[in-house]
Write a protein that binds this ligand. Structure first.
Ligand SMILES: [Zn+2]
Length: 503
């Protein structure tokens, strides 16, 4: 069979200040930049990216491809209308050219894209693809675990499946699973029934970590359904997407969806999954620390030979933060902490100034807090020692960015007091030890390690941590959604698990 393949990934925090324009999709960062034509088929090979997994698995199953277009941008505020139309037009116009030659379409999507003009970017794209291919060709897509899945998405696609791990170490595997299901659908001419339901509460990012319960157990149960059958028919699979909460749209929040032989069986699976999710509602909240309380806790615990890792979750660039707030850094300095390291602080101006000054010099900087992620915050105006410089091209060594060449832009390791700070020129989630190690900082030897990440860091930093504290320092990804003003969320949705407050 011949499969048209493409993708368009963006996770949109509608409360974040910076929009994703065409340049954000065009440039490479920790993932490749915009791809089209044959290079698309090899760009993600060997990387933990759904498209890469899908292509390698489908190829092994004997299928060939028509490449459309693929791109992603770091999570941020809404995608500009221009960028959305640019990418959609690439995908759709190429699809129009090849539609008579293909048997199916696969798209690598996130599922939480909001644009300047659309609440549901993927729903619109999938519906447009369906309009081009008609009702008979198969349309399948893989989604992020944090997808805000919508009725429009479910209606347009024959099969959707979401990641099952957070940290997302199974992105390529989700692509491979999609390829196996599509292969079976085509070979056995299966057009599965589907069922879909949304839950009535929002889950904070830190509560959707699959290394701990309740998510850990829920995903084990879910995976056990793949490719099974019951008296009433076959089951292709089911998903639980925990949603991406900082998105002020009607269909924000968790969802369950399933694909099976009959509508009744699909509905039974969804009812069962939803009941499981709802029965654990209160457990989807993790303890949140203030910066001062977290640092005091770490200091009183004393050095253990392993770092206490602090997740600066509200400024997580993987959730729309800009990676440049300085609340925790200021607390570390105020408490005169030594033996601490922080990364990756996004400040291209300071990185450039450090490069100009050179290694071993002292440089006066206004560090961080330049992009308005925490409007009341001011930069750290201090003299910093420039310890090391790099071009920011770093080979990832941990399981999350597995196989990726990270591109941080000109990067500097600065020190103030006893705190070392990795300052980069591109927004990047700190989820790989190589971001520190390439500058000579050994993460395992720090007493306190602060990472601009919510959960992905756990894949690489979890094994070296004596403890992990989720810290709420000012930033655009609030750990408590009750601090956000939702205007478009459907009525009756509880803003935090196990609480009563709605928008
Ligand atoms: Zn995600």
């Amino acid at each position: 069979m011949k499969i048209a393949v493409g993708g368009f990934q963006h996770e949109t925090n509608t409360f974040a200040p910076m929009k994703a324009d065409w340049a954000a999709f065009e440039q490479a960062d920790s993932w490749p930049g915009f791809q089209s034509g044959p290079p698309l088929l090899t760009a993600c090979r060997g990387m933990n990216i759904p498209l890469g997994g899908f292509v390698s698995e489908a190829q092994a199953l004997g299928h060939s491809f028509e490449p459309l277009a693929w791109c992603h941008a770091t999570p941020s505020g809404p995608v500009t209308q221009h960028a959305f139309e640019q990418v959609s037009n690439f995908i759709l116009s190429r699809l129009v050219d090849v539609v008579g030659m293909v048997d199916a379409v696969y798209l690598d999507l996130h599922g939480a894209m909001v644009t300047e003009h659309l609440e549901d970017g993927e729903g619109a794209l999938l519906q447009s693809v369906r309009d081009v291919i008609g009702p008979d060709l198969f349309l399948v897509a893989s989604l992020d675990l944090h997808a805000n899945v919508t009725t429009a998405m479910v209606d347009a696609a024959d099969f959707l499946t979401a990641y099952r791990t957070y940290p997302h170490v199974d992105m390529a595997e989700t692509g491979r699973r999609t390829a196996r299901v599509l292969d079976r659908m085509v070979r056995e001419e299966l057009r599965p029934a589907k069922a879909f339901h949304k839950a009535d509460f929002l889950i904070p990012l830190t509560g959707s970590c699959t290394l701990v319960d309740p998510a850990a157990s829920l995903y084990v149960d879910l995976a056990a359904l793949d490719g099974t059958s019951r008296d009433s028919g076959y089951i292709l699979g089911a998903s639980f997407a925990t949603g991406f909460s900082p998105a002020d749209i009607g269909e924000c929040g968790p969802s369950v969806f399933s694909y099976a032989e009959t509508p009744a069986l699909a509905q039974t699976l969804v009812d069962h999954l939803l009941q499981d999710v709802e029965s654990h509602e209160a457990d989807f909240s993790a303890k949140i620390w203030t910066p001062d309380a977290a640092i005091s806790h770490a200091l009183s615990a004393g050095p253990s030979g392993q770092p206490i890792v602090m997740a600066d979750t509200q400024d997580n660039p993987g959730a729309g933060g800009n990676g440049d707030t300085v609340g925790i850094l200021k607390s570390l300095m105020a408490k005169k902490v030594s033996g601490a390291a922080l990364g990756v602080l996004f400040d291209p101006g300071s990185a450039a100034a450090a490069h100009e000054a050179g290694e071993g010099t002292d440089v006066r900087l206004e560090l961080g807090a330049h992009t308005g992620g925490a409007p009341d915050e001011t930069p750290v105006a201090e003299t910093f020692r420039v310890l090391r410089l790099s071009d920011g091209e770093v080979d990832a060594t941990g399981p999350y960015y597995d196989g990726a060449r990270l591109s941080l832009g000109p990067t500097a390791l600065l020190e103030v007091g006893g705190v070392k700070i990795v300052v980069g020129s591109k927004k990047v989630q700190c989820a790989d030890q190589a971001m520190f190690i390439h500058l000579g900082v050994e993460p395992a030897k720090q007493d306190i390690l602060v990472v601009k990440s919510s959960v992905h860091f756990r894949a690489d930093f979890g094994p070296i941590a004596s403890d992990v504290l989720v810290v709420a320092s000012p930033g655009p990804n609030p750990a408590d959604h009750r601090t956000l003003t939702y205007k478009n969320l459907r009525p009756g949705v509880r803003l935090m698990p196990g609480t009563e407050e709605t928008s």
